[in-house]
Ligand binder design. Structure first.
Ligand code: HEM
Length: 413
C-alpha cells in the first residue's frame, strides 16, 4: 500500500500519523511521497542514532526532497567542510572533540559561562513584553524566536547590525532543507544560503586577522589546539559558525514556543507554573518529549539493515522520527498524555542519542527554563488571544509555530 504521510495532515497533526505508524503491523515504513524509510519505534530510533557505522550523517544537512537543478547548483557551490552534524568518523570524532572543548555542554559549565548572557537577554525581552501590557503580542516573533537568536549571536560575537540577515538566512535554510518550497523560492533561498556561508567565512577570516584573542566561541575555536598538531582550519571554524547560528536558535525557539503553547492552551497549566515555578524544568522536559522542536532527522544507510521482516537496503535515506519515538507506548506510559510529572521523561530522544547527541542541549534547557520562569513571574496573567488557531510552518523536520498571539497581563487572573 502506498504511504504518503507528508502529503496529508502531517503538518497539522503529526501525532495522529505517528500513532498509526507505531500501532500498525509494520516495524518500519517506506514513505513514497519523499522516498524515505521512516523509523518510528523508540528502540529502533535509538539504535539507529547510536550506530553511526550503519547510519551515516552525510546527508543530514541536504534537502529532504528533490530540489530543482538551478537551486541545487547554487547549493553545491557551498564548500563548507563537514563538521559534527554533517560528518561521520573520523572527521566527526575530531570536530566533535574540538566543539566539546570550545563550547560548554554541561549544565554546570553552561550556567557558569553563559548564564549571565541568557538572563540578561531574557530580562530585556520580558521588560519589552511588560511594557506592552494590556495589548495582544505575538510571543513567537517577539519572544520565542528572538531569545535564542540573540543568545547565539552573543556567544559567537556576531555584530548586532548583522542579526536581521542571520535570522533571514537561517529561517531560509530550514525552509529550503526541510520544507518543500516552489522552485523559484528554492533558488532564492539557495542564494541566501550561499551568501550566509560566505558571510561566515568572512567573519572568521576577519576574527583571525584581528588576532582571535577574544572570549567569543569563534576566537576560542581559532585558538583550539589538541595533542601535537590538532587544530581547526578557518574553514572548519566557519562551518561551525554556519551550523551553530542555525542549530543554536531555530530549535530552541521551537522549544520555547511549544512550552508556552503547552502551558497556555490547557486551562490551569499556566496558573500552576505561576504558583510553583520550581516545576518549570520538568515542564520543559515534558515539552521536549511531547512535541519536540525537531520531529525527524535524516540518516543514510551504509549497508543493508534489517528490522524484523524488512530489510532497508544500503544507500537508503531514513527519517528517524524522533517525535514518534517519544510517543512509543513501549517506553512511555500513556505516551499521548502531556504529564510534567512523569518519571520516564528522561528517555526522550528530542536531543538525539549517542555519538551525535546534541551539543547544545544544556544551553537549550537553560534558555527555556529561564524564559518560562521569568515570564511566570513578570506576566502571570498571560493568556492566549481569543480565537487563536495554532498553525505550523510547512516543514517535516522542524515544527515551528507560525505565531502565538497572547494577551499580556501582569496581574494573576
Ligand atoms: C545535534 C536537537 C539545541 C547544536 C542535535 C541532534 C538533535 C538536536 C536531535 C542530533 C543530530 C544527529 O543525531 O545527527 C536539538 C533540539 C534543540 C537543540 C531539539 C533545542 C530544543 C541546540 C543548540 C545548539 C545545538 C542550542 C548550539 C548552540 C547542535 C550540534 C549538533 C546537534 C552542533 C551536532 C552534534 C554532532 O553531530 O556531534 N541537536 N538541538 N543544538 N545540536 Fe542540537
Amino acid at each position: 500500500m502506498e504511504l504518503r504521510p507528508f502529503s496529508g495532515t502531517y503538518l497539522t497533526d503529526p501525532a495522529a500519523i505517528w500513532r498509526d505508524l507505531l500501532d500498525g503491523p509494520e516495524r518500519v515504513h517506506y514513505a513514497d511521497d519523499l522516498g524515505l524509510w521512516l523509523i518510528t519505534k523508540h528502540a529502533d530510533v535509538r539504535n539507529a542514532l547510536g550506530d553511526s557505522e550503519a547510519f551515516s550523517n552525510a546527508l543530514t544537512l541536504l534537502p529532504i526532497y528533490e530540489m530543482c537543478p538551478e537551486a541545487l547548483a547554487i547549493v553545491m557551490e557551498i564548500d563548507a567542510p563537514p563538521t559534527t552534524a554533517a560528518a561521520d568518523a573520523p572527521t566527526h570524532t575530531r570536530t566533535r572533540r574540538a566543539l566539546r572543548a570550545t563550547f560548554p555542554n554541561t549544565s554546570a559549565r553552561v550556567n557558569e559561562q553563559y548564564g549571565a548572557i541568557v538572563r540578561r537577554r531574557v530580562d530585556e525581552l520580558v521588560s519589552r513584553l511588560v511594557a506592552r501590557r494590556g495589548t495582544v503580542v505575538d510571543l513567537v516573533s517577539e519572544f520565542a524566536a528572538e531569545l535564542p537568536l540573540l543568545v547565539i549571536v552573543d556567544l559567537l560575537g556576531v555584530p548586532p547590525e548583522d542579526v536581521p540577515a542571520i535570522k533571514s538566512w537561517s529561517d531560509g535554510q530550514i525552509a529550503l532543507i526541510w520544507g518543500q518550497p516552489e522552485p523559484e523560492e528554492q533558488v532564492r533561498l539557495a542564494r541566501g544560503l550561499l551568501d550566509f556561508w560566505r558571510y561566515c567565512q568572512k567573519m572568521v577570516t576577519l576574527r583571525a586577522q584581528e588576532g582571535g584573542g577574544g572570549e567569543d566561541f569563534i576566537s576560542k575555536a581559532l585558538r583550539y589546539r589538541a595533542g601535537d598538531d590538532e587544530i581547526l582550519t578557518e574553514n572548519e571554524v566557519a562551518s561551525f559558525a554556519f551550523n551553530l547560528l542555525v542549530a543554536g536558535h531555530e530549535t530552541t525557539s521551537g522549544l520555547i514556543a511549544h512550552g508556552l503553547d503547552n502551558a497556555l492552551s490547557v486551562p490551569t497549566r499556566w496558573e500552576r507554573l505561576v504558583e510553583n515555578p520550581a516545576g518549570v524544568p520538568a515542564f520543559v522536559e515534558e515539552t521536549l518529549r511531547f512535541g519536540p522542536a525537531i520531529d525527524g532527522w535524516l540518516r543514510l544507510t551504509t549497508r543493508d539493515v534489517t528490522f524484523g521482516e524488512t530489510t532497508i537496503p544500503a544507500g537508503s535515506r531514513c527519517l528517524l522520527l524522533l517525535g514518534a519515538a517519544n510517543r512509543d507506548a513501549a517506553t512511555f506510559s500513556h505516551p499521548d498524555v502531556f504529564d510534567p510529572n512523569r518519571a520516564d521523561v528522561r528517555d526522550h530522544l528530542a536531543f538525539g542519542y549517542g555519538p551525535h547527541f546534541c551539543i547544545g542541549a544544556a544551553l537549550a534547557r537553560l534558555e527555556a527554563q529561564v524564559a518560562l520562569t521569568e515570564l511566570t513571574a513578570a506576566v502571570p496573567g498571560l493568556r492566549l488571544a481569543p480565537e487563536h488557531i495554532t498553525s505550523f510552518k510547512p516543514n517535516v523536520g522542524f515544527r515551528a509555530h507560525n505565531a502565538l498571539p497572547v494577551f499580556v497581563e501582569t496581574f494573576a487572573q
